[in-house]
Design a protein around this ligand. Structure first.
Ligand code: SF4
Length: 391
């Protein structure tokens, strides 16, 4: 199978290849290094490098593969292990984890984000259910590295049973606590977590690390443990497949799948498409991006969602964008897919411009959008598309 490693799977610049076409590579071997801000990229399979472009490295995987890997060299400390492993935020953000940890000021609380914000995703909760010991060890490593006195594991209320198991497991851990958040989107947004757990309202654009709070997705913590204990690079990813697939429409988690594998492989493993089907989305239904059958799994891939075909027949569509839900460009793409000849766009009134980007000033505390809807009506809009959480 052809495995595609995108050179940009992280916040920062595309990584720079350190292998050449024709090279034989082994699982775990370094393929590309960061260019200033970024992360190492390693081979998730053994095979031969077939093509290198400015965007990706293609490896023709050998028929027989194993789970073993080449560990990276003994690191000098935990930071070095995380950096060497090429770990980035696995929840979708993709920010290089070692840089994020280093940026923490006056460490107070480490927060393991297990809220799995987008509907239908299940791989984070499966990890917490099956390997809570790994999550707890990861939090202890992060506390040791930063000196943060408290660690919190955050889940949604619907996952109370898993929270109870974690609570039992942590009964002797004085410095680790479990917290539940409402089953509401965008409960997993970092600013919502900070507000709900700590009572601190971060300004749009203000980072939790500036207030002593380090928030890490639970899978990122799993990869940190692998890097520290096994010297394992970030080469496997947990994902969920859901939607218009035959066997698992309500979603199925696949754990530790090799990075770079085409997502179509997992659609087929889930029984193939249920017809009629619409677009494939990588990420979640709210914030995901349109993908193709051959798009590769990356370090930030969470969900592979197959949708229904879009209904057509709309002429003039209104798009109401939300920072935390489906964004303006995504909604405009959908409107075009629905055959809209004219698209009128508005933003939620809580969005404000900060450093050239529109951000929500109170995520999850959403206003009514009636005024905007009335404006759309006056302009002759015959259908409204919105990514706002409450409307
Ligand atoms: S307040 Fe507006 S922009 Fe913010 S999360 Fe709610 S709908 Fe989205």
């Amino acid at each position: 199978m052809k495995i595609h490693y995108l050179l940009q799977q992280h916040v920062g610049a595309p990584a720079i290849a350190v292998v050449s076409c024709g090279d034989r590579v082994s699982r775990g071997q370094l393929l590309a290094e960061p260019n200033v801000l970024g992360a190492n990229i390693h081979a998730s399979v053994s095979g031969t490098v077939e093509n290198i472009t400015g965007e990706s490295i293609v490896v023709a995987g050998e028929e027989r593969q194993s789970n073993s890997f080449i560990p990276f060299d003994e690191p000098s400390d935990y930071f070095e292990a995380i950096r060497e492993a090429g770990i980035v935020g696995a929840g979708g953000a993709g920010f290089p984890t070692a840089v994020k940890i280093k940026s923490l000021k006056n460490p107070k609380i480490i927060i393991a984000n297990g809220t799995e914000c987008e509907p239908m995703l299940q791989h984070n909760i499966k990890f917490m259910q099956t390997r809570p010991d790994v999550l707890i060890r990861g939090l202890k490593y992060l506390q040791e590295m930063t000196g943060a006195p408290i660690a919190l594991i955050v889940l949604k209320e619907k996952n109370k049973a898993v929270a109870r198991d974690l609570l039992n497991l942590c009964s002797q851990e004085k410095r680790i606590r479990i917290k539940l958040l409402p089953d509401r989107y965008p409960a997993g947004d970092e600013r919502v977590i900070v507000r709900e757990l700590v009572g601190l309202e971060l300004a749009p654009g203000e980072l939790p690390t500036e207030s002593g709070l380090l928030i890490q997705n639970v899978e990122t913590i799993k990869r940190i443990v692998e890097a520290i204990e096994l010297r394992k690079p970030f080469i496997d990813k947990d994902i969920t497949v859901a939607g218009r697939v035959k066997d698992t429409p309500k979603g199925k988690p696949y754990m530790d799948v090799p990075l770079g594998t085409p997502i179509g492989h997992f659609i087929e493993a889930s029984g193939g498409f249920e017809e009629p089907h619409g677009e494939i989305i990588i990420g979640g239904p709210f914030t995901g991006k349109t993908a193709t059958f051959s798009s590769p799994i990356t370090k930030t891939t969470g969900g592979i969602m197959v949708g229904m075909p879009f209904p057509g027949g709309r002429k003039k569509m209104g798009v109401l964008a939300c920072e935390c839900g489906a964004q303006e460009e995504r909604l405009q793409d959908i409107a075009r897919e629905m055959g809209a000849e004219e698209i009128i766009t508005a933003k939620c009134k809580r969005m404000e411009e900060v450093n050239g980007r529109f951000r929500c000033n109170k995520p999850g505390i959403c206003p009514g959008q009636a005024e905007t809807v009335m404006e759309f009506k006056k302009k002759g809009v015959d259908a409204l598309l919105t990514g706002s959480c409450d409307e």
